[in-house]
Design a protein around this ligand. Structure first.
Ligand SMILES: *Cc1c(COP(=O)(O)O)cnc(C)c1O
Length: 389
């Protein structure tokens, strides 16, 4: 473990996470529950420790994408409710029930399958109905001509034996986009969602306990969509413009250090393909951070990293395990000096924009050979090496 720490590591600031959680709670008010989205290993931050932190802070629910992710949390002692957003094979229903995991149900066929399994087992599975109001991914279709057949299917899922429909939810497609068209689209999705809820509740003669739809964009921009629970991911981790506007803090600081420094004369081609050629005598640093660690190769020769003497341009093609940065005139930055790839100084949003992507992809790309170092009250409380040893 220690030996890998001098390579590249991700500091996960749990105080920032708790701060963000509390700020979002202030915004949504005490009558709205908070679901923390911790799919994809909590967007690369480490799902178990993030879940522990949210559980302690008092969050109501967690969401993951698969039963494997849910089991990781359960087997590591997480007791709070967990919702699986994706599909689970019917053969796993027994395990869902045994470990008290809530399953999203997104169509008639799955509702029937799950119900049949529950009947066989003589047990009940907790479900949340997923409504497709315009994301066009998972969920019961209910727009236009599909409205009544959709309502019928969802009402059926609520009354089938063995299924306990605790909640109903939908997902917004453009709630984080600017402009009138996006606003209109989101409002239309929400309006349809409300009509669906009313329709299903009327048909089955009871109310859903938890109705939810607000992701990051809606949590920031559309308070009218909060209903019983919000479901932000990116906002919780402190990235994106809404996080900035709310005074949230980035949770991950990805760091590396300089492993070699060399001085090249003018006219030296750097790295594969020689796309960068020095225009003067150049003091070049090599960092042990490459695309196999999560440094998108599309950022080659386009981004800069943060050093104690300001930002240093990345030069030449990014390699699998290494990349070069220009340390000319930064004499204090030497072998062993710490470099921030993104975090509190080097904005991940700017780096994502340069790569033509979103901050989600940069934190999710941090690979398993990058250890996560968890910090609380300014001290390292845990180091998680993701490699098997
Ligand atoms: C990933 C996801 C979220 C969280 O999205 P953010 O944009 O990170 O807030 C919410 N709901 C569902 C269904 C998701 O898949």
């Amino acid at each position: 473990m220690e030996s890998t720490l001098v390579r590249t590591w991700a500091e996960i600031d749990l105080d920032a996470l708790t701060h963000n959680y509390k700020k979002i709670c202030e915004k949504i008010g005490k009558d709205v529950k908070f679901l923390g989205v911790v799919k994809a290993d909590a967007y690369g931050h480490g799902a178990v420790v993030v879940a522990e932190t949210l559980e302690k802070a008092g969050a109501a629910y967690l969401a993951v994408s698969s039963i494997d992710e849910a089991m990781e949390l359960r087997l590591n002692g997480i007791k709070m409710p967990i919702l699986i957003l994706g599909h689970t094979p019917k053969e796993q229903v027994e395990r869902l029930i045994k470990y008290d995991i809530t399953q999203a149900v997104s169509c008639e066929a799955k509702a029937l399958e799950y119900s049949a399994e529950c009947e066989k087992l003589g047990k009940t599975l907790k479900i949340h109905i997923k409504v497709d109001t315009g994301m066009s991914r998972l969920g019961y279709i209910c727009a236009g001509d599909y409205f009544s057949i959709g309502i019928g299917g969802m009402a059926n899922a609520c009354t089938l034996p063995g299924l306990d429909a605790e909640g109903i939810f939908t997902h917004f497609a453009v709630s984080d986009e600017e402009g009138e068209a996006a606003e209109e689209y989101t409002k239309k999705q929400f309006e349809l969602f409300m009509r669906v809820i009313n329709g299903v509740e009327e048909a089955v003669g009871r109310r859903f306990k938890i109705r939810h739809c607000a992701n990051t964009g809606a949590t920031y921009k559309y308070p009218e969509t909060y209903l019983d629970m919000v479901r932000p991911g990116l906002l919780l981790y402190g990235y994106g413009e809404y996080a900035k506007k709310m005074g949230l803090e980035p949770v991950m600081s990805l760091k590396t250090n300089v492993s070699t420094v060399k001085i090249y004369p003018a006219g030296t081609a750097i790295s594969y393909g020689g796309i960068y050629v020095t225009d003067k005598q150049t003091r070049m640093g090599v960092i042990p951070y490459g695309y196999a660690d999560g440094f998108l190769r599309s950022l080659s020769n386009k981004c800069s990293l943060y050093t104690e003497e300001g930002s240093a341009e990345q030069r030449g093609k990014i390699c699998m395990d290494m990349a070069m940065i220009d340390l000319t005139g930064k004499e204090k930055v030497d072998v062993g000096s710490e470099i921030e790839i993104f975090g509190k100084h080097n904005d991940i949003d700017a780096m994502a924009a340069i790569a033509g992507t979103i901050p989600y992809e940069l934190t999710c790309a941090v690979s398993k050979r990058v250890p996560r170092v968890y910090i609380k009250n300014g001290e390292v409380i845990e180091k998680e090496l993701m490699l098997r040893m």
